[in-house]
Design a binder for this molecule. Sequence first.
Ligand code: SF4
Length: 377
Amino acid sequence: MPDIHARFSPSAAKRHMECTPSLLLEEQFPSATSQFAEEGTAGHALAEHLIKKYLKIRSKRPTSDYYTDELVEAVDDYVDYVKEQIELARSECEYPVFNVEKRVDVSNYADNCFGTADMVIVTDNVVHIIDLKLGKGVPVYAEDNYQLMIYGLGILEEYEMLYDIYVVRLTIHQPRLQNINTWEISSTGLKAWGNEVLKPKAALALSGDGDFVAGEHCRFCRAKNQCRARAEEYLRLAQLEFKKAPLLTDDEILEVISKADELSKWAADIYSYAQDEAINSGKVWNGYKLVRGKTNRKYTNEVDVKKAANEAGYNDIFKKTLIGITDMEKLMGKKKFNDILGDLVYKPDGKLTLVPESDKREAVSVSTAADDFKEEI
Ligand code: SF4
């Protein structure tokens, strides 16, 4: 959930700690909401309601135009996981504490730092913070996740007097990517990080000091389209001093691909900023113009089309298609779906993609045509 109005916001902490002057620079730009953010807020509201209902806390089911079957199913996945964790806590601890959408204050470590943790479970020795991420693009991981670590510090402050908490468990649940991952840190380790890393970095950020550092954390920075540090970082690629040989070496290719992904995202951001200015503010960029893209023909009214086609003697004008796997599973229920269609559903291998070593997905080894040939002889 967005941390509304916190100046040092846990959800933006990674960026403001890696690039400390970004906090003040971003304040020059209005914060814009997006359709994805609004959908996320609606999804979180539904999750909150369903968990409260499970805990027998009064709550009214929210309504939203964003509630598609797909979103509701993603939220249900998360809620099922939270229910499991609630039951686990009940079996392990006599008086567990359950907090849904828990406001967390971390101002002892960073001025004006507070946020909302989606789900917090406190048992005798463990604090478990569970965060729902509804993004479908990039997987998010719990390990060294500054947002969740900051929530952990706030929860420790609040509950340490009542419980002997040794472990802070952090979980990211990203149902649309089937990504559930958990990371644990000792409460002493977390507090050491809070004092030695968070505190000084947050102080730098809040005073606008430090150096601009571009990187993956620029993705959601409000200054990213006009940021000079980011532009300089990516333009350095164009100035790589390649050796004079006619072909690039493996090392030079590695240098290019290590930056290519970020470089193309940066170029796309700048392009979309310039286009947005031209469309919405009438900005004229020398040498560029606005044009209309290609479109496909559409029926103005399907009822009229059917009538006109039938009157002209064309009746075979509809086609039937099988409903999708998600809809079929919903129709039959998970168990029946598995019994009836389990053997008729498969998951094809994903397309092979070259990614950096740091990517958490398991590496795939491929055999080349030459290897296959070797095995046959
Ligand atoms: S775009 Fe990146 S480098 Fe520039 S201010 Fe934002 S976080 Fe810092």
